[in-house]
Each structure stands twice: as structure tokens, then as C-alpha cells.
Design a protein around this ligand. Structure first.
Ligand SMILES: [Zn+2]
Length: 340
């Protein structure tokens, strides 16, 4: 199990607020007219029947180079703010909250007992680098800049998504899973085996509608051939680019979902993820053509494509699915478990 936990996974985030999703918000909030007596009665009835797991669990976080200890509840709201547009349907936000809580516990288990924590963690369990752990925004500081006059409404949406899934985690064989997520997969998600070379039974390729609603679903990157060559030589100094640019790429293998698993670049075999990083692509689901002195890459999807697709979750939620249905779709074979 330790080897399984040592599998390093990369998250890709979509931390942009989506203007197209504010529509349903007013309808959900405009009916809230409170009367003082009713509030008192409601609060009395709303006393929690169980202790809040998220309030009583703490995480140690390295954020902006500073180490902080905060309640899991506060941490998850900050992760949601950074990782998913707050206007997404609440069932999608709840699915994201469970994925984030699960991934947090997975990471904390990964590092517990380790003498040397990852660089950049400053001794903390987690960092705020989305390429390593999860992005995080401190809403006490950032909410107004992020959402303007809608800050309170959006904050409440995220707090609700966390509170309504309090303590809920996804497990496989009784262990919190590596609940990775991405902004938008292609029509199918990628498997962990194809992207990271390590199979996990709950990170297989599944159908994923709705990705094309993401504004970065299709992307184009134009690079000077010399710049791309230099970027590849930085990671593979033995690469040979003496041939014509039209011969630089050959013998690619693609996953069922469409991403490049690996490809010969300058006669050196690179993974699709390495090419994605070298060229600064939105995804490893790419095609490339020569155009004069440039290389033109076109991509489908945004992120690594593994696990929960955030735009897929949005689509399924708008189609009436609940957060648990969404999670079971994207992480097949897992179970929800209530902690605490
Ligand atoms: Zn980290």
C-alpha cells in the first residue's frame, strides 16, 4: 500500500470564475427572507447531531511560503474557491468538495511518518501548488478581489458544498483514494496507467460529456521550432534535431481517450506529459504541424484528463445527477465513507 501511496500525481486546476454560471444563483438566493423568530427556531433545530469532522480535523498547510494550521473545513472552502468556479451547480461543487477532502487525506497519509517532506512544503502536510497538492485561496483576504459584490453569496455556496458533505471521503479497499481531478477531459477521461504509467483500478477511462463547455477545451500553441528544440534539449540533451522539423515527431502511441502516451521527439522517446510541459500545452491530447519556422500544436481538453472532469461534473449536475452519482461515475469501484 505504501508503494501505491508513493505514486506522485499531478493536479491541474481551473481556477477561473465562470461568468456563464451566475444565472441560477439569483433564483437560489432571492427566496431567502428571514424572520427573527424563524431564525431562532431554525437554529435550535439545526443543532448538529454529530460532531463536525471537518471542523475538528486540522491540516498544516504551506501557503505563500508561510506555514499555517487550519481546520479542514476552512481549508476545503479555500481549495474549492481556487479549484472550481463558485457558480457551478451545487452538486458539482459537492462532488469537488468530496474529491478535495479525499485527496487531502490521501496526501496526508502519504507523508505521515516520512522524515523528509517534499521540497516546498516547509514541513507542512500540504502545499498550495496545484501542480503538487491543491490550490488554495484564503477567502478572508481574497474573496472581494475574486468575486466582488457577489463575494458573500459565492462564499456561502462553497461553505454549503463543504458542510453538506462533511466528513465524506471516497475509499477503495478502505483507503482514501488519489482523487485527482482536472478542468476538462476530452470525451473520455484518461487512465492513470496511460498518463502516469501506473494503473489504479479507480482511475480508468470513462465517458465524460460536457468538456467542450470549458473555454480552453480546444487550444492552439505556436512555438518557434528553435524554442521547442531548446525546451526538449533541457530535459533530453541526447535528442537529435539535425533532421528537418517535419521528421522531429514520429512513432506516437495514443490512449483510447486520445492523449499521446509517448512519442519519439528528436529520436528520444518522451511521454505526452513531457511534451505537454515542454511546449506549454493545455493537455497531452495534441497534434502538431510544421508551419514555416514554427510548430503549431492543437490540443483537446484542459488538464491531465484523469479522474473527475470539472466540466463533466458540471454537465452531469445540470443533467440532474447528484454528487455521489457524479463521483461514482468518475471514480468507478469506490465507496463513499463518512469519517468521524
Ligand atoms: Zn505539495
Amino acid at each position: 500500500m505504501k508503494k501505491l501511496l508513493s505514486f506522485v500525481l499531478l493536479l491541474t486546476v481551473c481556477a477561473v470564475s465562470s461568468p456563464l454560471l451566475t444565472v441560477g444563483l439569483a433564483a437560489e438566493t432571492s427566496e431567502k427572507v428571514f424572520e427573527p423568530d424563524a431564525v431562532v427556531a431554525e437554529n435550535t433545530l439545526a443543532l448538529p447531531e454529530r460532531t463536525s469532522y471537518d471542523e475538528n480535523t486540522t491540516v498544516c498547510l504551506s501557503v505563500g511560503g508561510q506555514t499555517r494550521t487550519l481546520a479542514l473545513k476552512e481549508y476545503l472552502v479555500g481549495v474549492l474557491a481556487a479549484e472550481m468556479p463558485a457558480g457551478f451547480p451545487v452538486e458539482a461543487l459537492k462532488a469537488q468538495a468530496v474529491a478535495a477532502r479525499t485527496y487531502t487525506l490521501y496526501k496526508m497519509a502519504l507523508y505521515s511518518g516520512e522524515e523528509v517532506l517534499p521540497e516546498g512544503h516547509n514541513g507542512a502536510d500540504l502545499c498550495d501548488d496545484p501542480g503538487h497538492c491543491e490550490a488554495f485561496l484564503d477567502l478572508a483576504v481574497e474573496a472581494d478581489a475574486l468575486w466582488g459584490e457577489s463575494a458573500e453569496v459565492y462564499r456561502q455556496r462553497l461553505e454549503t458544498a463543504v458542510a453538506e458533505t462533511d466528513g465524506m471521503v471516497l475509499v477503495y479497499e478502505d483507503e482514501p483514494i488519489a482523487a485527482v481531478f482536472c478542468a476538462a477531459s476530452a470525451e473520455k477521461t484518461e487512465s492513470a496507467a496511460d498518463v502516469w504509467g501506473r494503473a489504479l483500478p479507480y482511475l480508468t477511462s470513462v465517458d465524460s460529456p460536457g468538456g467542450s463547455d470549458c473555454s480552453q477545451y480546444e487550444g492552439t500553441v505556436t512555438l518557434r521550432q528553435s524554442d521547442f528544440r531548446d525546451a526538449v534539449l533541457a530535459i533530453a540533451p541526447e535528442a537529435d534535431f539535425s533532421g528537418a522539423p517535419g521528421t522531429w515527431f514520429r512513432d506516437s502511441h495514443r490512449s483510447e481517450a486520445g492523449s499521446v502516451i509517448d512519442v519519439l521527439v528528436g529520436e528520444v522517446r518522451l511521454t505526452g506529459s513531457q511534451v505537454r510541459q515542454a511546449a506549454g500545452l493545455n493537455s497531452a491530447n495534441f497534434k502538431v504541424k510544421v508551419d514555416g519556422e514554427n510548430l503549431v500544436f492543437t490540443t483537446v481538453g484542459y488538464g491531465h484528463g484523469v479522474g473527475l472532469s470539472q466540466y463533466g461534473a458540471r454537465y452531469l449536475a445540470m443533467d440532474g445527477q447528484t454528487y455521489d452519482q457524479i463521483l461514482y461515475h468518475y471514480y468507478p469501484g469506490t465507496q463513499l465513507r463518512l469519517e468521524g
